[in-house]
Every structure is written in C-alpha cells, then in structure tokens.
Design a protein around this ligand. Structure first.
Ligand SMILES: Nc1nc2c(c(=O)[nH]1)N[C@H]1C(S)=C(S)[C@@H](COP(=O)(O)O)O[C@H]1N2
Ligand SMILES: [Mo]
Length: 556
C-alpha cells in the first residue's frame, strides 16, 4: 500500500492492536459509508419512486447505454438472470470505487469524500435524467450523499484518532510519515509525532467505540435496505379492482397434454413461469386513479381515458401466446395466457382515424419507453387489444398495470407495450421507437417455431418408450402439424394437443421407442398455411431467431 502505511514504516512497533489505522480499515470505511448511503437511498426511494434508488437508476442508465450487440450477448449468456447480473455488476463496481474512496480519504479526507460524492452525483444524475423522473427523483441521491458523507467523516476521524493514539503510545512512529497537515483532521492519516494523541482523540473514537459504531451502522444499513424492499412490495400490492365481465370469452381451456406428459409446458403458462422482458429494473408503480391513456397524433379528436372509463367499456377475452424477439430457437421467452381487453379498433374509433395518414401506432409507456406497432397490422382483423386483465385478474404490475397492448402474431417489442399511457397515430418517417432506434427490425412478425420441453438435452433415460414433447406456435395462422426427427432420419408427425385458436400455441408429443445409445432429437412446426419451420439459422437480432432445435440425449 502507500508509503505512509504505519504498519510498514513504523520502526519500533509494539505488539499492541493498532491495525485500525491501516489501509484495510480505511477501505472498509469507504465501503461501509457507501453501503449505509445506498441503503438509506434505497429506503427513501421505496417511499418516493423505487426506480430512483441509486443502484437501480445507475443500472437503468447502463441498460439504455449498452450497445445492442452487448445486450444480445448478455441475454444469450445470462438469460433471465441478466437483470440480477447487471445490478450485481453495478454494486461490485460501486463497492470497488467505495473502497478506493476510503483509501483516498486516508491520504486526504477531501479526496475520499470527493469520490464518494461524485459517485452519488452520478447516481443522482441517472435518476433525474430518467425520462419519467418525478420532481422527487433527486431526493434518494441527496439522502445517500448525506448519510454516506456523515458515515465516512465519522469513520475517518475515528480512524485518524486511533492512528494518533497508537502513534502516541508507539513513540516517534509518525516522524517517518509524509509531512503532516493535521489541521481540521484533513491531513494525512498520521499526526505529528510530537503531539500528545490524547488531546486530539475525539469522543467515541476508542477502538471499541469505532467497532461497535461500525457494527451498528452495518446493521442499520441492512435493516434500511430490507425495509425499503418490504415497503416497496407492500406499496405496490394491487388493491381490490373489479374487472367487468367480458362481453365475449372463449370456452374455458380444455385439459392440456401436461397431465399425461411429465415435463411438458402447461397449456396455460403459470404466471410465475411467464417470461418477463422489459428494460425496467424497478417495475413501474402506476396509480390507477391518476393514470390516463391518451390517443393523439393524426386523429380527428384527441381523446383521454381514465382507468375507470376503460373498465366501463365493453371488453373481450382472447387466448394469445406472446413471444419475445430475443428468444433463441428452443428458448424460454414465450408464454400463453388469456387476455382481457378492449379491441384496439374500438378505442381508435373514439378518436377518429378514418382520414389518418398514420402508418404506425407509437405507444409510450409511463417511463418514456416507446414502441411502434404497424397500424395496418393492428387493424387487419386480428385480436389486437388494449389489455386490462390477464387470466381473469387485473393485469399484474410487472405485466403492465393498468394497461398494455397485446397484438397477436408480432413480437412483444412491436406489439405489447406495457404501462402504456399514450397511443400516437404517426408515421415511421416521423418517429422512431426505442428498439428500432437500436436497429431492431421495424416490423416483427413472429416466426413459426417449436420447442422440445422433454426430454432435457443431455439427459439420460431408460430404453423403451419415451415421450418427446413440447410446444409449437405460428400465431395468426395456427399450427398444422409438428414433426420429430430421430438421429437425422425421416420427419414423423407428432400427436397434437388441444386447439385454442390460431394465436395460441399447441402442445405436442411424440412416443419414441428409444434404444440404448446416444441419440439426436429434433422438432419442427408446420403452419396451418403449410409453412415449414426453416432449418436456416438466424440470430434473434434483428428480427427473430430461426432454425431447428436439435438436442442430444442418452439412453441406457
Ligand atoms: N413499457 C414496456 N413495454 C414492453 C417492454 C418494455 O421494455 N417496456 N418490452 C417488450 C418486450 S421486448 C416484450 S417481449 C414483452 C414482454 O411482455 P411480458 O414481460 O409480459 O412477457 O413486453 C414488451 N413491452
Ligand atoms: Mo421482446
């Protein structure tokens, strides 16, 4: 460490405990101060807006700034854990810088304090610059700064005093140090050797006082962070909302094949297993009483609906399978649910679009995220809806409460804007949306695809009959058949599960007489329209993955 480390330069050292003034202690003080600040900020954000929590604000900014290929790589490498990995990385980098701030504070308090405040300022700027930032966005950062600075100053003063006390008892140790500027505790960490330490030791700076105090600060930080999480959960619980009875609903879903085949995706995706993809680290918390949806742009009259207005309108239900453009072949970003909403045509007609020159609906969500849905696609007769309910319940917060779009047949990034508050009729020439600005395709029809759910890749099974099973989808067209190929042999038809409409996936199962050895299993879908799932491989970027999933399995 630095040449002024008392532990290395003190000529006559005593065996007395004196490590408190060491580099580790100062690095630790930076860490503790930062943790305390971040926790206090997190707790404050839980009371204002969870998205303003310093760590989450920085994380969101990193997401926005990350180039598309890196995002792709992160999704491909970490899958659904990408958010946790991102927040984790932000925390790790922050803590490294925090330790550095502590070390700097050892040389000069102002240096360490400066770095700490610069970190908080960056987080504060990230929070304030969020498109949906409220007036209170800066408050968590201010609290973080105040708590972090207070803890750092307290610890640094204490450590200095301890260093001084030690130096005092160790005799002339300090003489070996860099020249001192001990004024106002702002100088290097070791005081002039000649100065009686006791005179400069602040109250509470005893070794025990420091350790106990640090422990208390650490405990308080954990408690504050935990309380922040808890308050966030409680505050965001949806209060009782009574959805209207839909004017039209499909028949209840028939029993799927999952009852007969272990490991097969259920016909309706349980909400906990439904993939979630969005750019938000903190789920937007929207107050249904003040939220409104506005339809504007190239319309006859701009109209605005409250949540209560929407619940008074006629709603319908449809079974629709959502798919993410980032899903790789055989991947998990596909889910099926029963959605309740207002047909988009009905809403747009309230604003009047007969004479519109628009070619896209630009959705804007409460956080400023935008999405372009081709107007022609939305209105071509498919069941495009402004959705308020999912599987018979109000739309959950992470699914876009109070309302989201669902457009069958196109990927989520072009048809399923969550937390939507504005639908603007405009043109692609005039306005771009979040993902298209990042070079994803303008139109995103879902590519026909299929997935093997069981057996798992590289699994071992006993010889005999094995159920090879999975799901397949070709929204707006429907699945005609699913075929399975064993060891590169001929394609053979699988048995299909129940049919819940062209926009919903089909389960399938193929009974395979497995012989001992290593085998490859592949599946492909054939649309009702005759389109065969292509073997030509494509990456998700820029308009969705293609290819055929092939897995290896072992049979004993
Ligand atoms: N406001 C908002 N809506 C959004 C997104 C987003 O990042 N922000 N992501 C879209 C993408 S890429 C997909 S695939 C779907 C996923 O919907 P889900 O999370 O309900 O599965 O939401 C879409 N709607
Ligand atoms: Mo997506």
């Amino acid at each position: 460490m630095s040449s002024s480390d008392p532990a290395t330069t003190t000529p006559r050292r005593r065996a007395r405990p004196r490590r408190l003034g060491g580099a580790f202690a100062f690095a630790g003080s930076g860490l503790l101060a930062t943790l305390a600040g971040m926790s206090a900020g997190h707790l404050t954000a839980a009371l204002t807006d969870p998205a303003d929590s310093p760590v989450l604000a920085v994380g969101s900014t990193v997401i926005d700034a990350t180039p598309t290929p890196v995002k792709e790589w992160a999704i491909a490498t970490f899958g659904s854990a990408d958010k946790i990995i991102l927040v984790g990385s932000v925390v790790v980098v922050t803590l490294l810088l925090a330790a550095l701030a502590g070390l700097l504070a050892r040389r000069r308090t102002a240096l360490g304090l400066g770095l700490l405040l610069a970190l908080v300022a960056a987080a504060g700027a990230a929070a304030v610059l969020q498109p949906a930032a409220g007036v209170l966005a800066v408050v968590p950062a201010l609290v973080t700064a105040a708590v972090g600075a207070a803890v750092l100053l307290w610890l640094v003063r204490g450590l200095r005093a301890r260093g001084a006390a030690t130096v005092g008892t160790a005799g002339t140790a300090g003489a070996a140090q860099t020249p001192s500027r001990a004024d106002e505790g702002d100088g290097p960490d070791v005081l002039d050797a000649g100065e009686p330490a006791s005179r400069r030791t602040p109250v509470g700076a005893s070794r025990r006082g420091l350790l106990v105090g640090s422990g208390l600060v650490a405990l308080a930080s954990v408690a504050a962070a935990g309380a922040g999480q808890w308050i966030g959960t409680v505050r965001t619980r949806l209060s009782d909302i009574a959805l209207p009875t839909p004017a039209r609903s499909p028949d209840p879903l028939p029993q799927g094949l999952e009852g007969r085949v272990d490991g097969l995706s259920p016909f309706r995706t349980p909400e906990a297993d439904f993939y979630r993809v969005d750019i938000n680290l903190a789920v937007p918390v929207v107050d249904q009483d003040s939220w409104t949806l506005t339809i504007d742009g190239d319309v006859d009259t701009e109209v605005t609906f409250s949540y209560a207005d929407l619940l008074e309108m006629e709603t319908v239900e449809h079974d629709i399978t959502l798919t993410c453009v980032s899903n790789f072949v055989g991947g998990p970003y596909v889910g099926s649910a029963r959605w309740q909403g207002i047909p988009i045509k009905q809403l747009l007609d309230r604003a009047g679009i007969d004479g519109t020159g628009a070619d896209q609906i630009l959705s804007t969500s409460v956080d400023g995220f935008t999405m372009s849905t081709p107007l022609e696609v939305a209105l071509d007769g498919r069941d495009t809806m402004l959705v308020v309910g999912m599987n018979g319940n109000p739309l959950p917060r992470d699914r876009g409460f109070p309302a989201r779009l669902v457009t069958p047949g196109i990927y989520g990034y072009v048809g399923a804007c969550k937390w939507v508050e504005r639908l603007t009729l405009t043109t692609y020439a005039e306005q771009e949306a979040y993902w298209t600005e990042r070079d994803w395709a303008i139109e995103g029809p879902i590519k026909i695809s299929s997935r093997i759910d069981t057996p798992e890749a590289l699994s071992r099974s006993d010889a005999g009959q094995i159920a090879v099973a999975g799901v397949a989808w070709a929204q707006t067209r429907g699945i005609g058949k699913v075929q399975v190929r064993v060891d590169g042999g001929p394609w053979r038809d699988a048995e299909l599960g129940p049919d819940a409409g062209v926009d919903y996936w089909r389960q399938w199962v193929y009974r395979w007489d497995a012989t001992p050895g290593q085998h490859s299993l592949a599946c492909r879908a054939v649309g009702e329209d005759g389109e065969v799932q292509t073997a030509v491989q494509a990456e998700p970027f820029p308009n969705g993955a293609s290819g055929i999933q092939e897995i290896q399995v072992f049979v004993d």
